[in-house]
Design a protein around this ligand. Structure first.
Ligand code: DGL
Length: 274
């Protein structure tokens, strides 16, 4: 079998596919492998230590699979594990590898969407309580006030295939109302969880039309493309045969069914035991 050095794309489950879809559309020439840690998802309510331990274990798997670069396409893992992995783990276990997240590239552009300088951020409990978005956005756009709100039921609705159910409507309306009650002048809402675009139709249904909803797929894809232009030493390590492989830590038949719907093309996943 030909040796490949793919770009790794990681999420706790299906959500990262919304980012991977945009990355693969913009950079189709590269080889990719996707890993969904479905067996241990959701990560959103887990402790810092647990999210760090799971994410690091997945990064080590990507490195063993030959990936020089991994995109953590999960806000919770980016918020709770990325800094420790970049600053403490990589220098020790894999100094020549790179791991990038989704929070910084999103914070870099979010200020350009708002006219009222009131931005809503929706994410998992882990992402919201970490305060990562408030900190990153305010570093770059001090004039913006960030109103954050956790939506703990939204990832389970996606992971358990309930995103089209009436139960989903209830929890979508509930969290959106709670956010808008904090500040009626919010004109931009960031879906700071890669699972949430799968609920987009219902989210749009319960929001006033003049509110801009920002999803992360294209933002992260553009940022990766820019990174590869700036870091030619990393780019040179990556193989470019246009290959895609999908791995899950849980049932492959379930993964194939959901992932095919979310990704928009037939997927045959492979099982990995971590
Ligand atoms: N897609 C992950 C995120 O962006 C979901 C986290 C979870 O597993 O709870 O935060």
């Amino acid at each position: 079998m030909k040796t490949t050095h793919p770009i790794g794309v990681f999420d706790s489950g299906y959500g990262g596919l919304t980012v991977f879809k945009s990355i693969a559309a913009l950079l189709p020439q590269y080889d990719f492998i996707y890993l969904g840690d479905n067996a241990r998802a959701p990560y959103g309510n887990r402790s810092f230590d647990t999210v760090h331990q799971y994410t690091l274990q997945c990064m080590e798997w990507f490195f063993d699979m030959g990936c020089p670069l991994v995109i953590v396409a999960c806000n919770t893992a980016s918020a709770k594990a990325l800094r420790t992995i970049q600053q403490h783990d990589l220098p020790r276990i894999a100094p020549d590898k790179r791991v990038l997240g989704v929070i910084r590239p999103t914070a870099e552009v979010i200020g350009s969407y708002t006219r009222t300088n009131a931005v809503g951020v929706l994410g998992t409990k882990g992402t919201i309580t970490s305060g990562s978005y408030d900190i990153e956005i305010n570093k770059l756009f001090p004039e913006v006030t960030v109103y954050s709100h956790a939506c703990p039921m939204w990832v389970p609705l996606v992971e358990y295939g309930e995103y089209n159910s009436r139960g989903a409507d209830y929890f979508i309306q509930k969290y959106l109302d709670e956010l808008l009650n904090k500040a009626p002048n919010i004109d931009t809402i960031l879906l700071a969880c890669t699972h949430y675009p799968l609920l987009l139709d219902k989210i749009e249904k319960y929001l006033p039309q003049d509110i801009t909803i920002v999803t992360q797929g294209n933002i992260v894809a553009n940022s990766l493309s820019d990174y590869l232009h700036r870091h030619t030493e990393i780019d040179a390590m990556l193989t470019q045969n246009g290959g895609k492989r999908f791995f899950t830590t849980d049932d492959t038949a379930d993964f194939n069914q959901h992932a095919t719907t979310f990704f928009g093309e037939p997927i045959q996943s492979e099982f990995v035991h971590l």
